[in-house]
Design a protein around this ligand. Structure first.
Ligand code: PMP
Length: 448
């Protein structure tokens, strides 16, 4: 049925007036002068409003891991809309949310056996942070209230997430944010690790900064440490060898919870189901979203260890164990999309396909070494970045000019600051990897 659903072209009519929609994370005035409109998508390609095909080199925003408009997912959503469109999320249940939680636990690292549903990465982050604080309170250790994040960490846009995150623009725009938060240094070391292939060699000792923060505040005041296994949005920053293991040792030693934000690294991006699998480190709480539903319907999931879960399951049975949730937690449409997505991943081996493609992707990406403006290239699984020489004081970054040129030439990449990032759908073919990298090469040669 899915592939036969007729796609109306009503979407292809671009309104004359674009002023009402205040777009997120976009220079609105600039965009609206020369809008880039996508009107359809199938498998590896978007169609633009002027009828061009654009190769999706970013899986949308790191989420469309199985490629676009996959029939099983389209069909599951259509069927669910007709069968049970919405069910109250509190005090009532519907089978697919329970089924999806089980299927997620099946593929999750051992020990993460419980799932709380959200509607986005940002909500998953807030849920995880609140859970960490509440966990220590139910254990009678309420003084553990400090949260530790990392410079250049991105944990979504809500207050907890921007506080533990390490993005300067958030502090510039919104002020000093939550108190009781510390940051470890980021792990990006251009001088020592430029052009690393996979996990960089230098910098394990940066994890010991955590020990310094613990000494400063005393472990009895610290609730949790949150990191992305690989920081994505701030430019694909891959942790040095042994770094995450060291964080795990330090947190375990001090009774501090370790939270992995796997919004990008989850669901096959690194060639393993989760980043935790890639690095052989299991956190206490794991945050996911994006690839859970192939980006098609907003949904996130927070995975929790049995130890944490069981600590809440005390007290009288009529008690609400965790006073938290959303109107759309475990929403039927999202659950149906999630189930169909996980089936697609399983049937096509997509959660590990990145491992097969990684060497090909790596070779292609590193062939950009020596192209104009390139000062670093880094990669892991099916995610990679090319960093460009910054131009001090220039109104437009070179990476943004390269992104525009790529788009014009039919290739979609992502840009943050001076970095071009790529994270294609896990169904990409070898020749499409070549096409993507050649698109970037041509763009680099064409910009000033
Ligand atoms: N955490 C990480 C690591 C992310 O990369 C993102 C989104 N790029 C988020 C959280 C926020 O997710 P969302 O945009 O779905 O709220």
């Amino acid at each position: 049925m899915g592939s036969e659903i007729e796609v109306s072209n009503s979407n292809t009519v671009v309104p004359n007036d674009l002023s009402a929609f205040w777009m997120p994370f976009t220079a609105n005035r600039q965009f609206k002068k020369a809008p880039r409109m996508l009107v359809a998508a199938k498998d590896m390609h978007y169609t633009t409003s002027d009828g061009r095909q654009v190769l999706d080199g970013t899986a949308g925003l790191w989420c469309v891991n199985a490629g676009h408009a996959r029939p099983r997912i389209v069909e599951a959503i259509a069927r669910q809309a007709a069968e049970l469109d919405y069910a109250p999320a509190f005090q009532m249940g519907h089978p697919k949310a329970f089924e999806l939680a089980n299927r997620i636990v099946d593929i999750a690292p051992n020990g993460l056996n419980h799932v709380l549903f959200t509607n986005s990465g940002s909500e998953s982050v807030e849920t995880a942070l609140k859970l960490a604080l509440a966990y220590h309170r139910v254990k009678g250790e309420g003084a553990r209230s400090r949260l530790i994040g990392r410079e250049r960490g991105y944990h979504g846009v809500n207050f907890g997430g921007i506080s533990v995150g390490g993005i300067v623009s958030n502090r510039k725009m919104f002020g000093s944010l939550l108190t009781g938060v510390d940051h470890m240094p980021h792990t990006h070391n251009l001088a020592k690790n430029a052009y690393s292939k996979g996990v960089p060699e230098y910098g394990t000792e940066l994890a010991d900064e955590l020990e310094r923060i613990v000494t400063l505040h005393d472990a009895s005041t610290i609730a949790a440490v949150i990191v992305e296994p690989v920081a994505g949005s701030t430019g694909v920053l891959i942790p040095p060898m042994g770094y995450l293991k060291r964080l795990r040792e330090i947190t375990s030693k001090h009774g501090i919870l370790l939270i992995f934000d796997e919004v990008i690294t989850g669901f096959g991006r690194l060639g393993t189901p989760f980043g935790a699998d890639y690095f052989g480190v299991t956190p206490d709480i794991m945050i996911t979203a994006k690839g859970l539903t192939n980006g098609v319907i907003p949904m996130g999931a927070v995975l929790v260890s049995s130890e944490i879960h069981d600590a809440f399951m005390q007290g009288p049975e009529h008690m609400i164990e965790f006073f938290h949730g959303y109107t759309y937690s475990g929403n039927p449409m999202a659950s149906a999309a999630g189930l169909a997505t996980l089936e697609t991943y399983k049937e096509e081996g997509l959660l590990t396909r990145g491992a097969e493609l990684a060497p090909i992707f790596q070779d292609a990406l590193h062939s950009l070494k020596g192209e104009p403006h390139v000062i670093d290239i880094r990669n892991i699984g099916l995610v990679g970045a090319v960093e460009l020489d910054p131009i001090a004081g220039a109104p437009t970054k070179r990476a943004f000019s390269a992104f525009l040129k790529c788009y014009e030439d039919g290739v979609l990449v992502r840009t943050t600051g001076d970095i071009i990032a790529m994270s294609p759908p896990l169904i990409i073919s070898e020749s499409q990897i070549g096409e993507l990298i050649d698109g970037v090469r041509a763009a680099l040669r064409s910009i000033d």
